[in-house]
Design a protein around this ligand. Sequence first.
Ligand code: HEC
Length: 142
Amino acid sequence: MKIRKITIGLAVTLVFWATALVAADKSTEVALARGKYLVENIGMCGDCHTPHNEKGEPIKEQWLQGTALAFKPAVPMPVWAEKSVNIAGLPGWKTDAAIKFFMTGIAYNGLPARPPMPQYRYSQKDAEAIVLYLKSLAPRNK
Ligand code: HEC
């Protein structure tokens, strides 16, 4: 009797944890897909952060790895950045600082990035998804 009770107890616990793990996995998967969508289709990060070939197509092998920009301001701007940085893997960024940056446009040094980097104001949930996705990309080009 006792053994049977213990067995049932164990089985219930196992099912509970298995369900919890699958649910956690599923929500990570959903957030990753959301982050990829926000980066590729809403933020259009690749327009500035991915090098393009001579036909103007993004180079897949250097996805989001930073590049010299192909455009300049029509009037001189003192703080214009001519190059974007590598954001594949978000090297050098702690998760919290990166989330704050995508919610406020203010980087870990207390300053906004130079133009033309937009000052994004994503919601916390979207900023978390973007950071999760960018961190999932292998940091190459280091
Ligand atoms: C219009 C061009 C443009 C777009 C679009 C763009 N960036 Fe940038 N980004 C830049 C440039 C240029 C810099 C370098 C700024 C500097 O050196 O201060 C930069 C810098 C950054 C930095 C480093 C900021 C810092 O202060 O160190 C991060 C992180 C970043 N971008 C992420 C993103 C993400 C994620 C997206 C899309 C959601 C994105 N960028 C879209 C041009 C762009």
